[in-house]
Design a protein around this ligand. Structure first.
Ligand code: PLP
Length: 364
């Protein structure tokens, strides 16, 4: 359909639906007869207010967000939330528990140490982050203010299918790399947050979904821009928001709703992931995915081959067929195919076809 576009397997910023890009292109110069581009509009004008309100309403519909949660559109990336969360939920003397199942959870844990007592309730590091803990493996601190997990580890490719039971504590999840890829029961969480640049839109916005009773307890020295209550009271318009990014996110939400919502997105994602994992597992060990089968990510599929030379040759062969960004993260190497919502099934099938021909070529 789009002969000029590649299949982009990047982990982020990642591919967006072609229909959304075309709509954004059409609106770029003159948004719906307003005589302005969205990037030229006042963030307090009625046009932009209609855009951000519709984006929030559509996200609420998609995720079935209960009324006792605020939806915030913030800046600074998910990385900023690694500091904002302890600043908003803990005093310096209070404890937060961290379930570390990959590099991103580890970053959140390390950053939180600056602002509260961060306790390592579990780490998957000895097992090279290829598995998730059983409930008994998680050593929660009685009285901890919250328990942090990374719902999907983008680099290591492990994804929670069920969430830990945290008792009276508050579950906080970084969903940067599986946001809106499947339904999620928001009521189980105190905070769900993520950068949008994988499943939802261009880089520049971080969405924070927060239970209202958690607002208003920020540490005194919390920068105003990191205080969730300030943003909630101002409906994400305390300062100039990234208007254009929010607008594109809104287009993606509309597109998801028009295509059956998150239940349908999950079905598509399950199908795509199965095609790829089946190809890996059915290759007699030519391709290997180190992640335990029951917790493999539907979004980020890391795999390795016998040598780095073979991997490099494979990535080059893929690029020659216009399948790009397949190199594994620099910290783990190998190959990584990120197959977010907007990756068409045909892209995964084309990758699998190459995997088969490449294997055949190298086994003769
Ligand atoms: N958390 C996860 C799971 C990620 O994948 C990433 C980025 O790839 C981040 C956090 C950091 O996000 P940002 O670049 O928006 O700060």
């Amino acid at each position: 359909e789009d002969g000029d576009r590649v299949y982009n397997f990047a982990a982020g910023p990642a591919t967006l639906p072609a229909s959304v890009l075309k709509q954004a292109q059409a609106d770029l110069y003159n948004w719906r007869g307003s005589g302005m581009s969205v990037m030229e509009m006042s963030h307090r004008g009625k046009e932009f207010l209609s855009i951000i309100q519709k984006a929030e309403a559509d996200l609420r519909t998609l995720l079935k967000i209960p009324d006792n949660y605020e939806v915030l559109f913030l800046q600074g990336g998910a990385s900023s939330q690694f500091s904002a969360i302890p600043l908003n939920l803990c005093t310096a003397e209070e404890t937060a528990d961290f379930v570390v199942t990959g590099s991103w959870g580890d970053k959140a844990y390390k950053e939180a140490q600056k602002y509260c007592k961060a306790n390592l309730a579990f780490t998957g590091k000895p097992g090279k982050y290829t598995a998730l803990p059983a409930q008994n493996d998680i050593k929660l601190t009685p009285g901890a203010k919250y328990v942090h997990i990374c719902a999907n580890e983008t680099i290591h490719g492990v994804e929670f299918k069920e969430y830990p039971d945290v008792g009276d504590s508050v579950l906080v999840a970084d969903v940067s790399s599986n946001f809106c890829s499947k339904p999620i029961d928001v009521s189980k969480f105190g905070i769900i947050y993520g950068g949008v640049q994988k499943n939802i839109g261009p880089a520049g916005v971080t969405i924070v979904i927060i239970r209202k009773d958690l607002l208003g307890h920020a540490q005194l020295q919390t920068p105003t821009m990191f205080d969730y209550k300030v943003h909630a009271d101002n409906k994400s318009l305390y300062n100039t928001p990234p208007c254009f990014t929010i607008y594109v996110c809104g287009l993606v939400f509309e597109d998801l709703l028009a295509n059956g919502g998150l239940e349908a997105a999950e079905r598509r994602n399950l199908e795509k992931a199965k095609i790829l994992y089946d190809a890996i597992d059915g290759s007699d060990g030519f391709y290997k995915c180190p992640v335990e089968k029951s917790v493999r990510s539907l979004m980020n599929v890391p795999f390795t081959m016998q040598t780095m030379e073979l991997e490099a040759e494979f990535i080059k062969a893929a690029a020659a067929e216009r399948m790009v960004q397949l190199k594994g993260h620099r910290s783990v190497g190998g190959v990584r195919a990120s197959i977010y919502n907007a990756m068409p099934r045909a892209g995964v099938e084309k990758l699998v076809a190459l995997m088969k021909s490449f294997h055949a070529k190298h086994s003769s």
